[in-house]
Design a protein around this ligand. Structure first.
Ligand SMILES: [Mn+2]
Length: 351
């Protein structure tokens, strides 16, 4: 296992030297943020980013994310050109030593929350999701954007995009995903890169849009579409765990056992009813997910990929990018390292 931390580049209030000071931190997960979605990333930008991270004593082997252009998800007429650009990015990242690319195939919206600063009883602030609040919102009335998104839209762009999705049901989205995988996976394979799809967050339909990477059955269907280790998963516990139907340790044993989990986002959430949750601290007793069982399942299937503590709360007065502050994510990494060491030693393995 390699412990990593997401970093948003020079504009991120969290610095590389702070990240390096977190015990056991080996690498940074980042991306090129100033090239429009669908375009090819210049080699110099990739090299410069890698150099900066390496100079801080950290590796750069995971990219999160190379976003998939909406016209690929829509199956638009320019999808072949956009997929070719995507393949070129995969080749260039492979040349730069990147081993895993995280991406998602969620229409229009990336992860969605209804509150970015939900105050917990201890005075810390967390991201939260209440479906009732979402249903009361009309995405066309307010400009929706979240700090973790790769793209945000103006009202006009959003209206246009949502109308284009009117004909895209789940089966159509599956078929567009298949077209994407058929082109991208062989390129990834020869570039020495493993593609790792991020599950839909939350794992249900929002604003009537289809969402398909949501449960074990659908993940199995996804893996079979191109049955190759280069076609794998980012196992995000907070996303999949928002649905009580998902048995996360069982899913890890099943898909990790097949060598298809390349990257894990480990965080806890507190489910407080159907389609309602708060992003709690990482500790098992603070949320609904058994983090011990989750880490144990990863150890037991011989997981040797990358892990990162996912979102954290805002604590100790920190101001910054919601979900991506330094302190609580650093505590999360330390907790996960502790679980990892204990379970490895319990199994008679070295850490
Ligand atoms: Mn995640």
């Amino acid at each position: 296992m390699q412990m990593t931390f997401r970093w948003y580049g020079e504009t991120d209030p969290v610095t590389l030297s702070h990240i390096k000071q977190i015990p056991g931190m080996q690498g940074v997960v980042s991306a090129i943020y100033d090239v429009p979605v669908g375009e090819v990333w210049p080699r110099e930008k990739i090299t410069e980013l890698k150099q900066k991270i390496n100079e801080a004593g950290l590796t750069f082997e995971v990219v999160e994310s190379v976003p998939v252009h909406e016209n690929i998800k829509l199956g638009g007429s320019d999808a072949p050109r956009l997929i070719e650009n995507y393949c070129e990015n995969v080749r260039r990242l492979g040349e730069a030593g990147v081993k895993v690319i995280c991406y998602n195939f969620m229409p229009v919206f990336d992860w969605l929350r209804t509150q970015l600063s939900y105050e917990l009883p201890d005075g810390s602030f967390a991201l939260s999701y209440f479906n009732e609040d979402l249903l009361q919102r009309n995405p066309l009335q307010s400009e929706l954007s979240l700090p973790g998104w790769d793209e945000s839209y103006t009202k006009d762009q959003l209206r246009d995009l949502l109308s284009q999705y009117a004909d895209v049901n789940e089966e159509k989205l599956w078929s567009n995903l298949q077209d994407f995988l058929h082109e991208v996976i062989p390129v990834a394979k020869s570039a020495g890169v493993k593609m790792a799809i991020h599950p839909d967050d939350p794992p249900w339909s929002v604003f009537g849009l289809p969402r398909i990477i949501t449960n074990a059955e659908n993940i199995d269907r996804f893996l079979r579409m191109v049955d190759d280790p280069a076609n794998g998963l980012t196992f995000c516990t907070g996303s999949l765990g928002a649905s009580a139907q998902n048995d996360l340790p069982a899913m890890i044993r099943r898909f990790g056992g097949e060598g298809r989990i390349h990257f894990a986002h480990l965080r806890n959430i507190l489910r407080i009813g159907e389609k309602q949750f708060i992003e709690s601290s990482h500790r098992t007793t603070d949320g609904s997910l058994d983090m011990y069982e989750i880490v144990k399942s990863l150890v037991d299937c011989g997981f040797d990929g990358y892990i990162r503590p996912d979102h954290g709360r805002m604590i100790w007065g920190e101001q910054g990018r919601f979900g991506y502050g330094l302190y609580d994510r650093a505590l999360g990494a330390t907790y996960l390292n502790g679980l990892w060491e204990a379970i490895q030693k319990e199994r008679g393995k070295t850490v």
